[in-house]
Design a protein around this ligand. Structure first.
Ligand SMILES: [Zn+2]
Ligand SMILES: [Zn+2]
Length: 272
């Protein structure tokens, strides 16, 4: 068996979803390192992680796409569980744009949480322990996660500071779009990737909705996959009308992309 990546989709719903949990994934790298890619809202990462055998102490790196609540509001809950299970100081490194980390700092420093964020981006508990360390991520700069795993972000078009991520190891690469409207420059970040995980809020039939909310249609996700020449495309950030019947999304992406297309669902594990 060749060592590749395993992606565990802990949440695959769009921001307005009532049928799926919000967006988060754990990417297990060929060297065994586990990276959290977005953090969903509420206890999604804790609950669905538990179901798949992950403790929140299993990952020490979080790559954040942007600061909408459906992608990062789970972090305070993850912070609490990690602090309980790690009596010694063991901060999780959280990477994102300056703007996204500033927003997240506000969320974590909610008065009753007794957390503080200092100017260096250290998040501390009331007892002084550091629980998170913010790491601003510069587009185009590689971040060495482990000796064999590295990650890089690129800006996308959604809200200020929204970023897509590429994670590479052993000649393979996973790219996650985060939330974005049609963003041709994303094809550069995704060039030749093993797998592109791209959001798709609706089909072309309802494209006004995608435009108004700065999201992509399935056809747009497929076009990025085709331009980038990726090995496979997985659609995520799924809205209620497509929860049970994902065929329209798949068919539309396949009409413009030659490779295999899948639609993620909560607690699915994909190996590439
Ligand atoms: Zn979202
Ligand atoms: Zn968003």
């Amino acid at each position: 068996m060749t060592a590749g990546f395993t992606i565990s989709y802990l949440g695959t719903g769009g921001g307005g979803s009532t049928l799926r949990n919000h967006t988060a994934m754990v990417v297990e790298c060929p060297d065994g390192e586990r990276i959290l890619l977005d953090a969903a809202s509420g206890n999604t990462v804790l609950r669905h992680g538990e179901q798949l055998g992950f403790s929140p102490t299993d990952f020490d790196h979080c790559l954040l796409s942007h600061s909408h609540a459906d992608h990062c509001e789970g972090l305070p809950h993850i912070e609490m569980q990690r602090s309980r299970r790690n009596p010694a100081e063991h901060p999780m490194l959280v990477y994102g744009s300056e703007g996204a980390l500033a927003d997240l700092g506000g969320l974590l420093a909610y008065p009753t949480r007794r957390l503080s964020v200092d100017s260096e981006g250290a998040v501390r508990r009331g007892d002084g322990r550091r629980s998170f360390a913010f790491r601003p991520a510069e587009p185009g700069q590689w971040i060495q996660i482990t000796p064999t795993v590295r990650a890089m972000c690129a800006p996308v078009s959604h809200i200020d500071g929204a970023q897509a991520w590429r994670v590479e190891s052993g000649g393979r690469a996973i790219v996650f779009s985060g939330d974005t409207r049609w963003c041709p420059s994303l094809a550069e970040l995704a060039e030749g990737a093993t797998l592109l995980i791209h959001e798709a809020i609706c089909t072309e039939a309802d494209r006004r909705r995608a435009d108004e909310t700065a999201h992509s249609t399935a056809a747009e996700a497929g076009r990025i996959a085709q331009m980038a020449g990726v090995g496979a495309l997985t659609l995520t950030h799924i809205d209620d009308p497509f929860h049970a019947d994902t065929e329209l999304l798949t068919a539309e992406a396949q009409s413009v992309y030659d490779g295999p297309v899948a639609v993620a669902y909560d607690c699915w594990q994909q190996r590439v």
